[in-house]
Design a binder for this molecule. Structure first.
Ligand code: ACO
Length: 345
């Protein structure tokens, strides 16, 4: 479908984020792990990560980010609703994108968030697709608004507490991840702003490259199991790296082609913050200046589904974008899954 055929827009009218205050630098990690700041920075671009305290679960970060997104919509967008409570009642869908839900299997974390923010008229669901979840969640939100004329607003939240699911003795993975949440409030409007097109893809043949093996129906916990090695992410870093560079490159190329755009039409690319070297390699392959890519991985590390909405909130609050600017968000991760959203700001 070409741009001109869209009759409704799915505009982002609020953004918010929540990041735990506890910040661990590379040097601090190196006190208990055989690693160092130079290796982590040169291989990943990461300088620090924020880690949730033991009382904070995924929904706690999601709720804070959601409230911040609602507040932005009230303060900076011409919403008729003037309080958080009033605006929350107008939300039709709460979607939490996460691989680190509050509870194993059920309930959906989105239900906990829906109750906490007082979105009493909203449906609630989780989207689980690792680091690509927010890209999928934005398209899910827009899709759910588009198929029902009575739905107008969807809160799409990326939230993760990955620190609970890494092996803190494995220097190959634990240095990469951090905790956090980001949220956007999506509104169905008749403007040309908002989500214009999404590309989604997957290659399940790479499922074993990034996986949490224990605890699911394939490998359930058994009586007598110990918690000496709690469930944690296992990764074939090199395979994921190669996949990620291709996924970023191909997604950006396909989005531009589908909308008959060139890279000069795009104000900013917001990639999933997994590794600065992935972005550098993709930029080189696409012949795009690295400055076109937004990077905040140095401060937050890889927050999986939260990384793109955290970045969107930072960008929004910095005033770096102008109304009407085109941006591309591009995500990739376990699955292997990938995707991109083209958005008019
Ligand atoms: N500190 C010091 N040395 C280290 C560390 C560390 N933290 N980690 C690994 N090393 C060592 C290794 O032991 C190895 O040593 P050796 O040569 O003596 O055996 C050496 O560094 C090289 O290790 P590699 O694993 O080959 O390093 P590589 O250059 O491939 O970088 C990395 C590893 C950063 C993980 C890279 O492969 C990568 O970024 N992959 C992509 C990861 C990713 O994007 N994940 C995102 C998805 S996450 C999700 O979806 C939940």
């Amino acid at each position: 479908m070409s741009k001109k055929e869209y009759t409704v827009g799915f505009e982002i009218i609020g953004t918010g984020r929540a990041v735990p205050p506890k910040r661990i630098t590379n040097d601090e990690l190196a006190k208990t792990l055989d690693t160092n700041d130079e290796w982590i920075r040169s291989h990943t671009g990461i300088g620090a990560r924020h880690i949730a305290d033991e009382h904070t679960a995924c929904s706690d970060l999601a709720v804070e980010a959601a409230r911040n997104a609602l507040s932005w919509a009230i303060e900076c967008h011409a919403c008729a609703e003037k309080t958080l409570e009033e605006l929350a009642l107008t939300v039709d869908m709460v979607i939490v994108c996460s691989s680190t839900a509050d509870y194993f299997c059920c309930p959906a974390t989105a239900c906990i968030v829906q109750n906490a923010i007082g979105a009493k008229n909203a449906g609630a669901m989780d989207v689980v697709d690792a680091c690509s979840s927010f890209i999928y969640g934005l398209e899910t939100g827009a899709g759910l608004l588009s198929v029902n004329k009575d739905r107008r607003r969807a809160l799409v939240i990326g939230a993760e507490v990955l620190s609970r699911f890494v092996d803190w003795t494995d220097r190959g993975t634990c240095v990469l991840f951090g905790d956090g949440a980001g949220a956007v409030l999506l509104e169905k409007t008749d403007s040309s702003k908002g989500l214009l097109r999404t590309i989604l893809g997957a290659d399940g043949s790479g499922a074993e490259h990034l996986v949490m093996k224990r605890g699911g129906s394939r490998n359930p916990f058994k009586q007598g199991d110990t918690v000496e090695t709690p469930p944690h992410i296992e990764m074939n870093g090199r395979a994921v790296y190669n996949f990620a560079v291709s996924a970023v490159t191909e997604t950006i190329t396909s989005l531009l082609k589908a909308e008959n755009l060139t890279i000069e039409d795009i104000a900013l690319i917001v990639p999933h913050q997994a590794n600065a070297r992935i972005v550098q390699a993709a930029a080189k392959r696409l012949n795009i200046p690295e400055e076109k890519f937004f990077l905040n991985i140095e401060e937050y590390a890889n927050t999986s589904a939260a990384s793109i909405p955290i970045a969107l909130d930072e960008i929004n609050r910095s005033g770096a974008l102008h109304s009407g600017d085109l941006i591309i968000c591009v995500g990739f991760g376990a699955g292997l899954s990938y995707g991109g959203n083209l958005i008019r700001w």
